[in-house]
Design a protein around this ligand. Structure first.
Ligand code: AMP
Length: 401
């Protein structure tokens, strides 16, 4: 039998998340996470899903990504799933920034690595870690195809009118400044899964996807192709997020530098790490914010209101961009779990044909489902995202094809 397993690696600056899938039936064989790489308190958590095994967890220093991947390989080997297995068909890597060039998943070679490296200035936090993950995996299994699946790829279909900022064209081109968009793997998966839920082909439907996690982004998808998205040059633009401000007047930055005396790095940290929900109320977890609201906390209420106000503006904008909308899909941690967010996001938007059914919205489930009234013109859906499955599917299709 030909090899059918795909290892999916999501390498962050100090963590590696992984899943091993068998693409014969898209089943998950194992999943885990190495955290705090490079620190004394590194932690590995591994769950052998295939045999219903118990999660194993240990704390011990893991010096770097190479050590992390070796530790992952050892854990997999204990379940008979080691990286040296002939059943492994490929390793699929999440790569955050693929620029304009990478519109599809791509088998990694030296030229691809060089291009991912060239994009580091526009993804300084993510692309270096992604590169390290690829190089480490290559060293462990040089014979195996390594496939890069880019967060930006799904958004490369945006028309220039959506992708360009209205700033001097030559300056923008020189510095490769444009809207790239992120979370693309999730937007691709969820928009397709939403079409399936409606019993229609992706080419036939227009969908607004609201990926609301700690990071959050919206996209407008026409007939399976992205035509606009809320994140931009970097994942800072757009919706209010856990710690990121999303949209703000660019002049806020000049003001903070000139009047506030802050350095560029300080402003970067402020907008990326100390803003959004955490900057507004001190908490970035929507569960905690809802709990505080229930206790009458006005600061938490205001943070929630600002979050919802922004979300509504994007829903309205993307209805206008698409012209006709068949469905709005909520996904990721907040979108899948926070019924009050879904309810508030469409409240008062009857003029756009939007409404949620209170009872359906309150149902908790891991399955894709509709939460709009049966006769609704625009369907509202909750569709759990599965970026690992999407990366594995794209990786396997490429190496098989
Ligand atoms: P993600 O980035 O997709 O993993 O989403 C993480 C976020 O989802 C957390 O920071 C929480 O704000 C949110 N979240 C997770 N579970 C729930 C829940 N049951 N209710 C509300 N929000 C949740």
């Amino acid at each position: 039998m030909s090899p059918s397993r795909v290892l999916v690696l999501n390498s962050g600056s100090s963590s590696v998340k992984y899943q091993l899938l068998d693409m014969r039936d898209s089943s998950r064989l194992a999943a885990g996470l190495v955290e705090r790489i490079g620190e004394e308190t590194s932690r590995l958590r591994h769950t052998p899903l295939a045999r219903g095994g118990e999660t194993r967890e240990w704390n011990a220093p893991v010096a770097d990504h190479e050590a992390a991947l070796k530790a992952v390989s050892q854990e997999l080997a204990r379940d008979g799933l080691g990286l040296d297995s002939p059943e492994l068909a490929a390793i699929g890597h999440r790569v955050v920034h693929g620029g304009k060039r990478f519109t599809e998943p791509t088998v990694v070679d030296e030229a691809v690595l060089a291009e991912i490296e060239r994009l580091i200035p526009v993804a300084p936090l993510h692309n270096p870690a992604n590169l390290t993950g690829i190089r480490t995996a290559q060293a462990l299994r040089p014979d195996l195809p390594q496939v890069a699946v880019f967060d930006t790829a799904f958004h490369t279909t945006m028309p220039e009118s959506a992708a360009r900022y209205a700033i001097d064209v030559r300056t923008a081109d020189e510095h490769r400044i444009r809207r790239y968009g992120f979370h693309g793997t999730s937007h691709a998966y969820v928009s397709r899964a939403t079409a399936k839920l409606l019993g229609r082909a992706p080419e036939e439907v227009n969908v607004i996807v609201l990926h609301l996690g700690n990071g959050a982004s919206a996209s407008a998808v026409r007939g399976g192709r992205c035509v606009d998205t809320s994140m931009g040059l970097t994942p800072l633009e757009g919706l209010v997020m856990g710690t990121r401000s999303g949209d703000a007047d660019p002049a806020v930055i000049f003001h903070l530098a000139r009047v506030g005396g802050m350095s560029i790095d300080e402003i970067d940290t402020l907008l990326n790490k100390k803003s959004g929900l955490v900057g507004l109320c001190g908490d970035n977890d929507m569960r905690e914010i809802r709990r505080r609201i229930d206790e009458g906390d006005a600061q938490a209420q205001l943070a929630f209101d600002i979050y919802i106000h922004r979300l509504k503006k994007y829903i309205g904008a993307y209805c206008a961009v698409l012209g006709t909308v068949d469905a709005i899909a909520f996904t990721a941690g907040v979108g899948e779990n926070a019924a009050p967010v879904r309810e508030a996001a469409v409240a008062g938007l009857e003029i756009l044909g939007l409404a949620v059914d209170g009872a359906l919205n309150a149902v908790r489930s891991d399955e894709p489902r509709l939460i709009s009234p049966e006769d609704a013109r625009v369907k509202i859906a909750v569709v759990p995202t599965d970026e690992e499955l999407e990366i594995a599917t794209q990786t396997f299709a490429l190496v098989e094809g």
